[in-house]
Design a protein around this ligand. Structure first.
Ligand SMILES: C[S@@+](CC[C@H](N)C(=O)[O-])C[C@H]1O[C@@H](n2cnc3c(N)ncnc32)[C@H](O)[C@@H]1O
Length: 203
């Protein structure tokens, strides 16, 4: 299994099948600038760095300083010159305005304690035709509730609620995948920043 995985170009904990789906959903191409917000261990961010190549750029964000340090160590260990790690906060991504052709939010939106300012910051970070893929999970009753996070019926977020929050705040859904990666509790929605929404956060 591991050999198959490595042969497919993935030397991390990210499954090649899911990486391929993310690349297709976001239309990733060499040379693009992509952010992985809430990158965690960086498994997907390193695959994004491989896909966008040396002319491209990946910005991995985290809210925990230790994780940012580990992401930097990971990039150094892999020799990834196109990979930077930045510290965000609960209401700021840490991304510069207009920095990204695409943004990945994998299993992180439901962790946001301040989703509205995060959405505003994500709008600002996306270039005008940029896409954002939100991969998430329906509320899991048995999982621990995340402190400080809006109560949406458990650990996770119902897809219709994500849709309402994003489309109510300047994003237009352009693709939706239920049963994401063969898991009927996960889904992926791809959004475009609505042109009338502007890029700057509201006052
Ligand atoms: C379930 S993990 C997902 C990690 C990774 N995206 C993945 O799919 O493997 C959620 C991550 O989001 C991070 N996180 C939580 N709130 C965040 C925020 N406001 N901005 C950035 N990262 C955040 C957490 O520290 C954690 O590493």
């Amino acid at each position: 299994m591991l050999l198959v995985w490595m042969a497919a170009g993935c030397a991390s904990g990210a499954s090649p099948a899911e990486v391929e789906k993310i690349a297709a959903a976001l239309g990733l191409e060499p040379g693009m600038s992509v952010a992985d917000v809430g990158a965690g261990d960086g498994d997907f961010a390193v695959e994004l760095a491989r896909l966008v190549g040396e002319r491209g750029r990946v910005i991995a964000t985290e809210v925990e300083e230790d994780k940012v340090r580990e992401l930097r160590e990971l990039a150094d260990a892999r020799g990834l010159a196109n990979f930077t790690a930045v510290l965000g906060s609960q209401d700021e991504t840490g991304l510069a305005a207009d920095c990204c052709d695409a943004v990945l939010l994998r299993l992180v939106y439901h962790h946001f304690q301040e989703p509205a300012p995060m959405r505003a910051d994500l709008r600002a970070a996306l270039k005008p035709a940029g896409l954002i893929a939100v991969i998430d999970i329906v509320p899991q009753g048995g999982w621990r509730l995340l402190p400080g996070v809006p109560d949406r019926g458990g650990h996770g977020i119902p897809p219709e609620q994500l849709l309402e929050e994003m489309t109510g705040d300047g994003f237009e859904m352009v693709a939706r995948f239920d049963d994401w990666n063969g898991d009927d509790e996960r889904f992926c929605m791809v959004f475009l920043r609505r042109p009338d929404a502007g890029g700057e956060p509201p006052p």
